[in-house]
Design a protein around this ligand. Sequence first.
Ligand code: ATP
Ligand code: MG
Ligand code: FE
Length: 351
Amino acid sequence: MLVLGIETTCDETAAAVVRLDADGEGSVLSNVVLSQVAEHAAYGGVVPEIAARAHVEALDHIIERALAEAKTPIRALDAVAAAAGPGLIGGVIVGLTTAKALALVLGKPLIAVNHLEAHALTPRLTDRVPFPYLLLLASGGHTQLVAVRGLGDYVRLGTTIDDAIGEAFDKTAKLLSLPYPGGPAVEQAALAGDPLRFSFPRPMQGRPEPNFSLSGLKTAVRIEASRIAPVTDQDVADLCASFQAAVVDMIVDRTRAGLRRFRDVAGQPSCLVVAGGVAANHAIRRGLQRLGAEAGLRIVTPPQALCTDNGAMIAWAGAERLLAGLTDGLDTSPRARWALDPTAAAAGKKA
Ligand code: ATP
Ligand code: MG
Ligand code: FE
C-alpha cells in the first residue's frame, strides 16, 4: 500500500510517500523536507505565526514534489496521513486540513497521526524492530522515555520536568552567542573543548523514576560564563564540552533507570531506539552505545533524515495504522496537546 504523509507540527514543512508491502517491509519512495530554520534563526527559536504562514505557502509544492519524486500518481495513493498533533496549532491545522481535502477528493481514508507515535514507530520502517522496545525521544520539544509495547500501546516511563534536551542545547547556544539551532553548534564547539574544566551538575542522578531535568544545568552554564570576561573561543569550547558531558551522563543514567522501569511494564526490550533531532549528537550516541554494551541491548538510531521531523515517519505510522484498520473521520480535530500515553496525561505530567 502507498501512503502520503504530511508533517507541519513545528518548523518543517514535509511530505513523503511510503510503501508498505504485504510482508511488512517498508520503503521510502520520497521524503521532501523544507526547513524553516532560516526564517526563525533571527529570533533564536520557532515563532508560531511565522511557522503557520510558511506552511501555508509551501505545503502544496512540497506535496507535489513528494508525489513526483515517488513517481506516484495521486490516484494511486491508498490513504492520506497527516500529523494531527501535538504541536503548534496553526501549523497542525494547515497540514490536517490539507490532508482532509485530499482524502475527500480522492475518496481515500484519512489517518490522523500522533506526531510522537510517528517518531516512536519510525525504527520499524528502517530496521523492522519488533515490539516491545524502549524509545528515547529527544528533540527540541520532547524528552521522553517510552515503552513501545505495540501499535497504539505506549507507556510513558519518564519525561522532563522542565526543558527538553534539544531546548537546553538551543538555550545554551544562545547564551554563548552560538548560532541557532544550538545542538549542532554546541557539539561542534565542544570538539575543541575540555569537558573537565567546569564541573556542572548531573541533575536527577540515581533517582529511580526515569525523569530528566535540564534547567539547572543551563543556569549553571550561564553562571560560569558570567564569571569569565572577556569570554574567549576557548572558554566557549570548554563550556560547551563540559555542558555536553553533563548532558551525556544524565541521559545515560536516566535511560538506565528507564530500562529498569521498562522491565516492570513490558518485560525484556528488543532494543533501545533513539529518535528526535538530539539523536544526531555523537557524544550522546557514544554514551548510549556504552549503556547498550553494559545492558546487552542493541541500540537503534534511524538515519538522521528520519530522526528529525519529516513526512516519511507520518506516512509510515499512517501505513501501520491503515493495516490495522485504524482510520479517522473527516471531523477529526487538530490537537495542540496529545499525549501518547493517556494515563500519563491524566496524571497531569508535562508532555
Ligand atoms: P519536535 O520536538 O516536535 O520533534 P523539533 O523541531 O524541536 O520538534 P527536531 O527537528 O527533531 O525537533 O530536532 C531539533 C532539535 O534537535 C533542536 O533543539 C536541535 O538543537 C537539536 N539537535 C540537532 N542536532 C543536534 C546535535 N548534534 N546535538 C544536540 N542537539 C541537536
Ligand atoms: Mg524541527
Ligand atoms: Fe518531532
